[in-house]
Design a protein around this ligand. Sequence first.
Ligand SMILES: [Zn+2]
Ligand SMILES: [Zn+2]
Length: 353
Amino acid sequence: MEVYREYVGNLHSHTVYSDGTVAHRELAQAAGAAGLDFVIATDHNVRPTGAEGYYERVLLLVGEEVHNVRRSPQVSHLLVYGTEQEMAAYSFGSSQTLINMVNKRGGFCYIAHPVEKSSPISRDAQAIPWVDWPVEGITGIELWNYMSEFKGLLWSHLAALGYAFHPDWGIRGPYRATLRLWDELLNKGMRIAILGGADAHGETYQMGPLRRVLFPYEYLFRCVNTHVLTKGALTGDVEHDKSLLYEALRHGRTWVGYDLPRSTRGFRFVARSGAAQATVGEELKRLGATTLEIELPHAAVFYLIRNGKRILRHRGKELRHTTAEPGVYRVEAYRRFRWHKVGWIFSSPIYVV
Ligand SMILES: [Zn+2]
Ligand SMILES: [Zn+2]
């Protein structure tokens, strides 16, 4: 197997080009301060040019979060990467048409916040789920969207006030409904990778005289991130590094890490059979038995999941499991944080065939 390099980035954030509060430079600076290797700006229906590049040691790339603005209420946001042109012009037909155009233009896409809960206390916090099923041609889904989960916590002003000062008291992990949806798609035979996004806007919360920037970008970039495995090291050359990262994201060599409780750098999930090996996002052709190897950077409770069913629970840092069964295998790890069990690592699947 190739020796992959791991890089950590955030793939969902907004700047002043849509409803964010910072320019690209500040976005990159916040990502750098949070220890990320790269950040992708995904403004609503606009793909500004000229911003991509290295800002200190952080690579900033520009994608787009596209939706059909003529639909009301708003639904079906699509995260688009790797096209060299703005895709909003293709949003007025069906979502499938948009997805097809993204692929035709050499890009790839992930469904943003497929499941959302609305907040009863804010008109700005209505749910924007994905409603256009079935679809084909997507690389994956955004399994965990930090701001989307936060929105779902705002069930009263009192709760909002509490969580405004301590968001990490309420953040638990991807919605069960999103995990179920993902497993259903996988069980239909689709190959669906995952990403985790901040959906950073730099939002403020106002109640009476109290006004607070709830989520500085830097804070959000320390929370739910996407870890990718690239076929080589980043060199500092923008075009080279961009294609390395996009190749990894296009093939779904990813896991979602909640890096706030503890960094998820160093997680590995590999399947071996005979001389063949595969890691997250990849297919493994069996030659007899398959050994699944899981390695965590720190001890945690984790599950090995096959075709949507938990087949093993383990507490510790590593596990080897040998099986004769083909299937879609993935890993979920959990930790204690702020007195609760919280989601920590969610891997894209290995497809053992
Ligand atoms: Zn969105
Ligand atoms: Zn967004």
